[in-house]
Design a protein around this ligand. Structure first.
Ligand code: HEC
Length: 168
């Protein structure tokens, strides 16, 4: 049956499926994302205890992927500024920020999600880059302009990893 259709008709059929798929993408986007394509999230909690309670993607993070992102110099690069004992096989650990050992005992999961998304909410003057933000970043390397450092799912993955950093 398919064989019998002359090529121009096949093109039209394929083209209209593609248009439908694109249409579905664009109509689904505005409700979930801001003008930069970032997922919308709700910040709760009193000052100094801000939290994003819900997963940015609705899915749980993967701690194994999160560990890789935390190490990755082009992604989270957490080790540039933080020491983490369970990553002692990695070469360099920075001292700009506090050690992340036991951080899951110090903060609740929603607070840690907030800190990864935008640490400035806690420490307005911090050197720590907001990992899930586009607006308000200055002098961003051209390649990264308009893109957050981590995707929404990568935020969840890094969070899942740092939630394993407990003292006991
Ligand atoms: C450029 C340096 C830098 C990078 C990169 C960085 N941080 Fe930070 N981070 C800081 C600093 C500095 C602080 C302390 C807050 C302050 O006073 O600015 C901090 C604080 C934190 C805290 C709170 C720790 C506590 O005990 O209060 C968490 C959690 C955290 N960072 C997680 C991360 C994660 C996860 C990554 C990687 C995805 C990361 N940071 C990457 C500099 C950095």
């Amino acid at each position: 049956m398919e064989e019998a259709l002359p090529t121009p008709y096949k093109r039209i059929i394929i083209g209209s499926f593609a248009a439908m798929a694109l249409g579905a993408m664009f109509t689904a986007a505005p409700a979930l994302a801001d003008s930069h394509g970032l997922v919308k999230y709700t910040i709760t909690g009193p000052e100094h205890e801000y939290a994003i309670e819900k997963s940015l993607t609705g899915k749980a993070g993967d701690p194994v992927r999160g560990r890789k992102l935390a190490i990755n110099r082009k992604k989270g690069n957490c080790l540039a500024c933080h020491a983490v004992s369970v990553l002692k096989d990695q070469p360099y650990h920075g001292e700009v920020g506090p050690s992340l050992d036991g951080v899951a005992d110090r903060y609740k999961p929603g607070q840690l999600r907030m800190m990864i998304v935008d640490q400035k909410k806690y420490f307005p003057e911090t050197l720590m880059p907001a990992m899930y933000k586009v607006k308000g970043l200055h002098r961003v390397v051209k390649k990264f302009q308009g893109k957050p450092i981590l995707t929404a799912q990568e935020v969840e993955d890094v969070l899942a990893f740092i939630l394993t950093l407990k003292h006991e």
